[in-house]
Design a protein around this ligand. Sequence first.
Ligand SMILES: Cc1ncc(COP(=O)(O)O)c(C=O)c1O
Length: 434
Amino acid sequence: MSLVGPKSQTLQKRAEKVLPLGVNSNFRYWGEGITPYVNKAKGAYLWDVDDRRFIDYRMAFGPIILGHAYDEVDQKVIEEVKNGVLFAMTSELEVTVAEMIAEMAPAVEMVRLACSGTEATMHAIRVARAYTGRDIILKFEGNYHGMHDHALWSTYAPTESYGNHRSPIPVPASSGIPKSMREFIITLPFNDAEGFERVMKSYGEQIAAVITEPCQGNCGAIDPQPGFLELIRKKTEEYGIVFILDEVKTGFRIANGGAQEYYRIKPDLATYAKALGNGYPVAAFGGKSEIMSIIGHGVAQGGTYTNNKPGVAAAYATLKLLKEKPIIATIQKRGKRLMDGLKDIFEDNGIPVAMSGTGAMFSFALGVDSVTCQRDWAKSDHQMYMDLASKAIERGIMPDYDAREPWFLCYEHSDADIDETLNVYAEIVKEVKH
Ligand SMILES: Cc1ncc(COP(=O)(O)O)c(C=O)c1O
């Protein structure tokens, strides 16, 4: 088996004529002749267009928390869409979903629904700016908050372009972002407590929001160092800054109450998407009533599809299941076994490894002992990671090809899937080492 089969390669050539790079999101392009095309997925498995089956650890970049095509979610969606999908009016179900989010997420008192993580963070930033009357946003290198111009800075650039860590240079992640937006962004390495205090002293009173992923879900699931999130909470309070916790990847995944529950941290606003709807298009942002209630009072927020029925119905069914069953505890337990097993395999083969994240969403950086920010992560052995990922994919195990993207587990990953994955890695680590 090779990385992709002949049907993927043919479809890529066809797709490239009508879709830039042959895909509908740049992140789905792995390269010429090696970009996979999918046929279907069920539970923890995914089949590509060549009908090869994989144990899927990408989980669509995190949304699939229960399993692909999860019957109870799909049935609720089908039941609801029979009565119409869009009304430009509010339905009872979306009120219930808002109540469920507020009940599960410790820091959320009021919420607005949206369709994507990009939309959720964009609105949260607007609200933070409106609430504080300030313009500047502070974000951390390696964190990704969606495609809008406000925070698409220092996400994936080579870290050499970031300048000295004491005075980082914000690097736009795309052409087309107005140069003038540079005025409104400050970047810092993640976990840089000293730098954070320095920036607060110099610019604290001009900053509208500090936005961060709780652990770096877009750069190797790097964990927050003890005290780092707490420092952000303390300083943002001191300077009247809105603390936005971007829980698009961690929300309803690492705990029922997301990172707020897991790390015991209460931001002012939080953003959600992904696991909220087990793959259906639904997102949310919310937080303190005092801040959220400025929406509609001179602060714009809305969207034709923000209460689309499939998304709302999926969120209802997903949250209901998360509340009723020990789903996340089960995922965390199995994921931890996978993390520990992988760590042992690397160590037994004399390969230094830094594991990060939690069982539901984790990563490993090879050739290094610890990683606290993207600048550290950049020094890890990406080639070895990719060589292993290629060999794993050839043997029916699918992590993302890109080392920055965490491994995601769902409720349907079984102990047998974990065993199979560990057996494959035990074999391929030996091959790659030689
Ligand atoms: C932490 C985080 N925020 C925001 C986004 C953007 O979400 P979406 O792709 O739904 O627009 C992502 C997407 O991966 C994300 O990981």
